[in-house]
Design a protein around this ligand. Structure first.
Ligand code: GAP
Length: 467
């Protein structure tokens, strides 16, 4: 089977109504994407699955929905104002801009693809001087114009989007769009503890938009400037942090598999010691093999007590926890599993997209999505326009429980193909026998097998089979 390319996927997402290029009628806006009627359903289902797993099914976890624009002191305390930067290099020849660490990463990946072994530490672990030297020594070329030794020295570029609140545009009214959702989880730690009377260990989870002025966005929805994150900050005793880090590392991988990511395309990558942030005790990425190669999907980090300590220092608020049983007072450690919704959705699509060869030189595209995630759960298809009245009744009943689509145009074969392409698990066909036997034909997306189901049992049948 031909391998799926990013180009194929972008085109497929546009035609099916999953994802459109942003601002398209005005010529677009670089690397912005709009989720269409099916994309928004898929995205909501992914978020709901994550929420069910990490909030609903964990007795000690709760949710939060904090503001995107927060007091800028938060970013001073977290270190984002001073050090949330990327190493930027310009090509003097063609004026294109690049991230030095990515230039190295991509060059190493290309060499390894050709079977060459590169003995160097990860670019994330290199200093700026080391990156400049590595690029020079290996004559890494500009990916745009192909010239070598034309890069400027590295400049630090802060990734936070700046804006102003109120009418004056000065330093005092400067605020930032949050670059990650977790910061206000830390600042609400005491509020949540007080209002829920929770005891540690406990997790606070949040889904929301984050913004980063990425120098090199790209690969469709993999790296964008506006994206959604699903983050959990799990607060625990320092002595328990390794245990919970191991636990969530495993749980996140299990979750990926449970929502249908191809296990062959998943792997762990533990960060090397030199690569770790100074405050992190351990970090693991779950990587996915996208059409452009393995790259980060989900980061799981033991952030120690760094964030709460910093916010305590900058706000003057006491953020310690007193254990009600032992009276021990301490600043909790935090285990943080953090994943991008868009990146997860991309991995879901790459795992589900299948071109299947059929007899008689025929083929079909089928999106083998986990049924839970499918944007449309059931399609109601009258065999003939004459059967519309009955079919609309069926549609009306089913749509109270399931996201249902009604389709009357084209041959039944074409309509099945359309539903296969968008991953609809079941098609319900109302035919000329329906009036007499009060039954419909239900077709399974994956096996294409058809069964006859009584109309008064249809809802229960679908509920059972959509599990
Ligand atoms: N609070 C920790 C944090 O934000 P991160 O590794 O910078 O850590 C976490 O981001 C996850 O967010 C990543 O693993 C990725 O899934 C997603 N993510 C980060 N930057 C992104 C971007 N520019 N576009 C899409 N997703 C992004």
């Amino acid at each position: 089977m031909k391998e799926l390319t990013m180009q194929d996927l972008v085109a497929f997402c546009k035609t099916t109504g999953l994802i459109y290029p942003g601002s398209e009628i005005y010529g677009g806006l670089s690397n912005s994407w709009d989720y269409g009627p099916l994309g928004v359903e898929l995205k909501n289902n992914i978020k709901a699955a994550w929420w069910r797993r990490f909030v609903q099914q964990e007795p000690n976890n709760v949710g939060l929905d904090s503001a995107i624009i927060a007091n800028p002191k938060i970013w001073e305390a977290s270190g984002h104002l001073s050090s949330f930067t990327d190493p930027l290099m310009d090509c003097r020849a063609c004026k294109s801009r690049h991230r030095a660490d990515k230039l190295i990463e991509e060059w190493v990946a290309a060499q390894e693809k050709q079977g060459k072994k590169i003995d160097a530490k990860s670019s994330e672990a290199m200093t700026d001087a080391e990156m400049e030297e590595f690029i020079k020594q290996n004559k890494i070329a500009c990916p745009v114009c192909g010239k070598t030794e034309q890069f400027t020295p590295i400049r630090k570029f802060n990734l936070m989007f700046k804006t102003f609140i109120g009418v004056t545009e000065d330093a005092k009214s400067t605020v930032y769009l949050r670059p990650e959702t977790c910061a206000c989880i830390f600042t609400n730690f005491k509020n949540v503890l007080r209002s829920t009377r929770a005891k540690l260990p406990m997790g606070i989870c949040q889904i929301g938009k984050s913004f980063r002025n990425e120098i090199t966005p790209g690969n469709f929805i993999f790296r964008t400037r506006e994206f959604e994150q699903m983050e959990m900050e799990f607060f625990c005793h320092p002595n328990d942090s390794e245990k919970f880090f191991t636990h969530y590392r495993k749980e996140c991988m299990e979750f990926c598999k449970s929502i249908g990511l191809d296990p062959q395309k998943l792997r762990f990558r533990d960060h090397e010691k030199e690569e770790l942030s100074f405050y992190s005790k351990a970090t693991t990425d779950i990587e996915f093999n996208y059409p452009f190669g393995f790259s980060e999907l989900w980061g799981i980090a033991n952030r120690t007590n760094y964030d709460l300590t910093k916010h305590q220092q900058f706000s003057g608020e006491d953020l310690t926890y007193t254990d009600p049983f032992t009276n021990e007072k301490y600043i909790p450690y935090v285990i943080e599993p953090s994943v991008g919704v868009d990146r997860l959705l991309l991995a879901v699509l790459c795992s589900a997209y299948t071109v299947e060869e059929l007899p008689d030189n025929d083929s079909r595209i089928v999106l083998k999505l986990n049924k839970n995630l499918a944007p449309i759960k059931v399609a109601v298809l009258p065999l003939s326009k004459k059967l519309e009245e009955k079919a609309l009744q069926v549609y009306k009943t089913l749509s109270k429980t399931f996201r249902t689509q009604y389709d009357v145009t084209g041959s039944i074969g074409k309509r099945y193909r359309r539903q296969d392409e968008i991953g609809t698990p079941y098609c319900v066909t109302v035919d000329f026998d329906t009036e007499t036997d009060n039954s419909v034909t239900v077709r399974d997306r994956d096996s294409m097998q058809q069964v006859r189901v009584k109309l008064d049992e249809l809802e229960d049948w679908l509920t059972k089979n959509l599990k």
